[in-house]
Design a protein around this ligand. Sequence first.
Ligand code: 5GP
Ligand code: MG
Ligand code: MG
Length: 184
Amino acid sequence: MDEKDMGTDLAKVLISKEEIDAKLAELAELIDRDYAGRDLLIVGVLKGAVMVMADLARTLHSPVTMDWMAVSSYGMGTKSSGVVRILKDLDTDINGRDVLIVEDIIDSGLTLSWLLSNLQSRGPASLEVCTLLRKPDAAKVSIDVKYVGFDIPNEFVVGYGLDYAEKYRNLPFVGTLAPHVYGG
Ligand code: 5GP
Ligand code: MG
Ligand code: MG
């Protein structure tokens, strides 16, 4: 799917595929350096992080292992409540492991904050976070994120794994939607 398949749904491209690729290459270089000689497990948070995981993993030179978690915020609406339920847990025992959580976006940070304390309680050797996008203006909790792709304005974005009502995940870029898509 691409810009030309979007009809009038797309308002604008915020981050192009080329910018994403270049940023992931930068982040991969840092991660390769920081984890050199270690046995890194990268954990993707489904479903949004699928694209970041796939592209980041292929850009890394280190032989990482990959696992997945699916979590869901309880409650209604589009806002995160911070009360999180595990839909799919890790297959891996992370006790004593170097773990890097890979996220699509950090908005309020409530989901990630919950996830961090959940995983921390399993006794990993180290636990860090890599996110493609972060909305600094939306943060409700402060989280120490080691690898950040882009800080973006506090607006709703789709593409590159991120959905609106499960659509637009397969856009190769990150963009915003026209108001009519939301029924506006
Ligand atoms: P948080 O707990 O940080 O508020 O929410 C994190 C989750 O909310 C993300 O993993 C993502 O699923 C969703 N989310 C937050 N902001 C956006 C956004 O701008 N666009 C989309 N599509 N999802 C978002
Ligand atoms: Mg996510
Ligand atoms: Mg979503």
